[in-house]
Design a protein around this ligand. Structure first.
Ligand code: IPM
Ligand code: MG
Length: 359
């Protein structure tokens, strides 16, 4: 039987509980589809700081590199807030993305029909269907640029830099064109070209590359306008491509349209099929350990893992259908409303239900 090795990074806060549910679903799917998974756990974030003193131990990078794909929960929490910037849990997350060369972050925002009432947008604004994909650059820009904190003329200062080289823009924009070609053929590039040089370079490269992709309709939006358009008329979007920081912000906004940030999965990919899969939400320390979190974003990340890294598209479809079905019966607190017709369930109950519905 085919066996895949999956590195599992539970992380902090709700990370361990949501990953446990996602693993249940992964194992059930494997047995339905006739493959096996070997799980190799490793430390990241605050958990790694506690055990080893650093947020990204060498060992973790090695475990990930030896695997076929990586499944990650979330990192961070108040316990490590006093760590210096270089040693924060988040630095571990940025470090693993960089160490594995995962420059393309795919964040799909879809509304599952039973969740239409959980979206804060009015039904006429959501329209018939919502299915957009944010393609976020993940290993460059201001997250990784030069920075400094210091004191000058008797006062403190700090600066960060947004820098993009041409090849970094080309490769992420190429991913976005490929996705748009496979989807509905629309690509929106988001920048701040009315102010930033880095955005003007970004925009001109998108225009150059558009020549080679005549079947894709390309438009450009400034990031402030895009933030507004997402809540005014989200149906206009198919694929959105943007820089690391703009993508971070816009994907949180897009997630809320779909009902809850607890629903949005993500895939971080490099040049090979290898990838790291994680929910877009954080470690939610306020509800950690209470079995209340929504595991669906992590479960849907497993579906992406099967599709993009293991080439097990049938299994991915099984998980997505199981999630859609589960939502007609059960909801975690973040997506539950009185009278929604579904039962309020815990994180583990949701995981068990989805696993049971995978067939
Ligand atoms: C995300 C998160 C991270 C990011 C944080 C935790 C560093 O917000 O994955 O969206 O900004 O990339
Ligand atoms: Mg974010």
């Amino acid at each position: 039987m085919k066996t895949y090795t999956i590195a599992v990074l539970h992380g902090d806060g709700i990370g361990p509980e949501i990953v446990d549910q996602a693993v249940k679903v992964l194992e059930k799917t494997a047995s339905c589809c006739g493959f096996e998974v070997k799980l190799t756990p490793a430390l990241l974030g605050g958990a790694a700081i506690d055990a080893t003193g650093v947020p990204l131990p060498e060992e973790t990078v090695a475990v990930c590199k030896a695997a076929d794909a990586v499944l990650l929960g979330a990192v961070g929490g108040p316990k490590w807030d006093s760590q210096p910037g270089e040693n924060r849990p988040e630095k571990g997350l940025l470090g693993i993305r960089k160490a594995l060369g995962l420059y393309a972050n795919l964040r799909p925002a879809v509304i599952f029909p039973p969740l239409r009432d959980a979206s804060p947008l009015k039904p006429d604004i959501i329209g018939e269907e919502l299915d957009l994909l944010v393609v976020r650059e993940l290993t460059g820009g201001i997250y990784f640029g030069e920075r400094q904190t210091g004191v000058e003329a008797g006062e403190r200062f700090a600066w960060d830099t947004e820098r993009y080289a041409e090849h970094e823009i080309r490769r992420i924009v190429q991913v976005a064109f490929d996705m748009a070609e496979k989807r509905r053929g629309r690509l929106t590039s988001v920048d701040k070209a009315n102010v930033l040089d880095s955005s003007r370079l970004w925009r001109s490269i998108v225009d150059e590359m558009a020549q080679a992709h005549p079947t894709v309709a390309v438009n450009h939006l400034y990031v402030d306008n895009c933030a507004m358009q997402l809540v005014r008329d989200p149906g206009q979007f198919d694929v959105i491509v943007t820089s690391n920081m703009f993508g971070d912000i816009l994907s949180d906004e897009a997630s809320m349209i779909s009902g809850s940030i607890g629903m949005l999965a993500s895939a971080s990919l490099g040049d090979s099929g290898f990838g790291l899969y994680e929910p877009i939400h954080g470690s939610a320390p306020d509800i950690a350990g209470q079995d209340k979190a929504n595991p669906l974003a992590t479960i849907l990340s497993v579906a992406m893992l099967l599709r993009y890294s293991l080439n097990e598209a049938a299994g991915a479809g099984k998980i997505e259908r199981a999630v859609a079905k589960a939502l007609t019966q059960a909801r975690t607190a973040d997506i539950f409303t009185e009278g929604c017709g579904a039962n309020l369930v815990t994180c583990s109950e949701m995981g068990e239900l989805v696993a049971a519905l995978v067939e």
